[in-house]
Design a protein around this ligand. Structure first.
Ligand code: 5GP
Ligand code: ZN
Length: 134
């Protein structure tokens, strides 16, 4: 896509701090890191998010992301990280070229955890039935 910033990064038309590359993926430092070592993994070919991400690339994505995460963890000296994707505007997606966040986590790093709200077995059972039928 012409005006997509991550397509431009993938084509190396604009600069980024690339830390790993495979046939179909690129990993580079997030410009506004949530923690030290926050990296984005993107497919080189444009897609919007997980919804249109080609399943044929799933194994390469996981292998590449694990290899990338290992390099980061060794560098920033921790063992834990979040691996996540914001899928759509309401989830917080701001760049509409699929990207998977690798966010290293540290003891007491104060990064917000998602709030949890209690439910009931009755509500959970009803919802599970509804979802299963789709
Ligand atoms: P989203 O909210 O869409 O899941 O995440 C987009 C991420 O891309 C953000 O964490 C933001 O800091 C990062 N980002 C946005 N523009 C650029 C850029 O031009 N270069 C780099 N390296 N990261 C960017
Ligand atoms: Zn793109």
């Amino acid at each position: 896509m012409n005006d997509c910033i991550f397509c431009k990064i993938a084509k190396k038309e604009i600069p980024s701090f690339i830390i790993n590359e495979s046939k179909n993926f690129l990993a580079f430092l997030d410009i506004n890191p949530r923690t030290k070592g926050h990296v984005l993994v993107i497919p080189k070919k444009h897609c919007t998010n997980l919804t249109d991400f080609p399943s044929s690339l799933a194994k390469e994505l996981i292998d590449f992301s694990k290899e990338t995460a290992n390099k980061i963890l060794k560098t920033v000296k921790t063992t834990d990280f979040n691996f996540s994707i914001n899928n759509g505007k309401f989830s917080g997606q701001e760049v509409f070229h699929a990207h998977f966040h690798i966010i290293p986590r540290f003891k007491d790093d104060k990064l917000a955890q998602w709030p949890k709200s209690p439910s009931s077995n009755e509500l959970l059972k009803k919802l599970a039935e509804e979802i299963k039928q789709k």
